[in-house]
Write a protein that binds this ligand. Structure first.
Ligand code: ATP
Length: 448
């Protein structure tokens, strides 16, 4: 823009203005009075364009975030006869976006015309005044040359105006970028953080108190837990009780308000963030796969950037996934579609186990899915899980009794604290835990 528009237009402007001063200094002075008026008009129109561009950015962002949200949920939309509603919602957002973009295009198209009309109007008035004022003191050819210079001045003025408007149009996008760049992550790694190459998997929460925001209730209140290396611990409790929050704090997605969390006796706030997440592998409730091949999904984020196919296949075999992967059209190189949509729920879960095995971490977090698989898939998944759990410290957010029984200890998360409950009480039909589990189930049923 600098060399394409600003420099040539400035040069042309200076040449024409000099010529006008040489031809008639008093007329040039009168003409110069018109420039600030023109700049004011261009400035005003530029501000309007900026406002309309900002609105167009917002409507486009709303439309794209809506599409991103609703497309993956298409199954839920169709199953609930929500097509009409979603269609209307989409049309409304698309219409808003269309209006904002059209407004921007119209203003951009009309700005040069407005500037031209004002300029030509000014030119005519100036001409009339000069004819009366000079009363023949300026000969016809000089007046014609002066007028021609004035006419040719419109091009550089419009060129500069266009450059100014392009700047104004781009300003909202730049402002948004600056806003994003100024976002500060609350979890900050210390400059001299430790590089922990290996951990055995011993975890300690000491007096951990946490809330998500200043005015939000405490989720954890002086929580103490010690999970020894190689231990399997199941967390149970009411929905919203804070089980997932414990896991998020361990991954250092948030920092506690008070208290400390230790990994192998190292306070995690003193350890490099990358290290913490290297040693902990998470299998979330909703298995997250990416569009790409099965092999890429199993070896997701291999730090070396190169997939070790032997390790990928080995992980898939242990996870009971190798057999179905080999039956796919291109085996491990089959593209599994957006979010792994070409695989069944059970297959996706086994790929997730294979991914966890590939990572070779020492701590495993399993957030058990609440929806059950069919019994064959469930059996294959559990077999894979059992093999994965070996040599790991395991934290399970458990919803089903079978999963609780896989753990060495069961911790009940209640009122911001944890209480260990004997496994025998899970199976006892009239025990304390049985009635609690029933009350969780009732809460779940009421929610549904
Ligand atoms: N990012 C967040 N911001 C504000 N509140 C949150 C956030 N995430 C969770 N919460 C709140 O914190 C509480 C504990 O949530 P958490 O996800 O830990 O529960 P949970 O025990 O894992 O529940 P579930 O069994 O239903 O998954 C809930 O009341 C929830 O609404």
């Amino acid at each position: 823009m600098l060399f394409g528009t600003v420099v040539p237009n400035t040069l042309q402007f200076l040449v024409m203005a000099t010529q006008m001063v040489v031809l008639s200094p008093p007329l040039a002075l009168v003409s110069a009075l018109g420039v600030p008026c023109l700049l004011l008009v261009i400035g005003y129109l530029g501000e309007r364009l900026r406002g309309i561009s900002r609105r167009a950015h917002i409507t486009a962002a709303k439309l794209s975030s809506y599409v991103n949200e609703v497309l993956p949920l298409m199954l839920v939309v169709k199953a609930n006869n929500g097509e009409l509603n979603e269609n209307l919602h989409f049309c409304r957002l698309a219409h808003d976006d269309l209006i904002a973009r059209l407004g921007k295009k119209k203003l951009k198209a009309v700005i040069p015309q407005i500037v031209q009309v004002i300029y030509i109007g000014g030119l005519i008035v100036l001409h009339a005044i000069s004819l009366i004022a000079l009363k023949g003191s300026m000969d016809g050819s000089r007046l014609l040359s002066f007028t021609m210079s004035l006419v040719l001045l419109i091009d550089p003025i419009q060129g500069m105006g266009k450059a100014f408007n392009e700047l104004k149009e781009g300003e909202p996008a730049v402002e948004r970028l600056f806003e994003l760049a100024q976002f500060h992550n609350k979890v900050v790694e210390k400059p001299n953080a430790l590089d922990l190459c290996y951990v055995t998997g011993d975890i300690k929460f000491s007096g951990v108190t946490f809330r998500y925001g200043d005015n939000l209730p405490l989720i954890l209140n002086e929580l103490d837990i010690h999970i020894k290396r190689g231990e399997r611990v199941a967390f149970i409790g009411r929905s919203g009780g804070g089980k997932t929050t414990i896991v998020k704090l361990l991954l250092r997605l948030y920092d506690p308000l008070y208290g400390d969390i230790f990994l192998d006796d190292y306070n995690i706030q003193e350890v490099k963030l990358r290290n913490i997440r290297e040693h902990i592998v998470l299998i979330p409730q909703d298995t997250m796969l990416f569009s790409g091949t099965v092999a890429e999904n199993i070896g997701y984020k291999d730090a070396s950037g190169k997939l070790d196919m032997e390790c990928v296949e080995n992980a898939a075999r242990i996870a009971n996934a190798d057999e179905f992967i080999r039956e796919l059209p291109h085996g491990y190189q089959t593209n599994i579609g957006p979010r792994g949509s070409l695989l069944s729920g059970g297959q996706r879960q086994r790929v997730a186990i294979a991914r966890a095995l590939y990572r070779k971490s020492s701590i495993l977090i399993l957030d058990e899915a609440t929806s059950a698989l069919d019994s064959m898939s469930e059996q294959l998944f559990r077999q894979g899980l059992e093999r994965l759990m070996k040599n790991h410290t395991v934290l399970i957010i458990a919803h089903r009794i079978e999963t609780m029984m896989m753990a060495d200890r069961v911790l009940l998360v209640e009122g911001g604290k944890v209480e260990e409950v004997p496994k025998s009480s899970i199976l006892s039909p009239d025990g304390h835990l049985a009635s609690l589990l029933n009350s969780f189930a009732d809460t779940g049923r009421r929610k549904n």
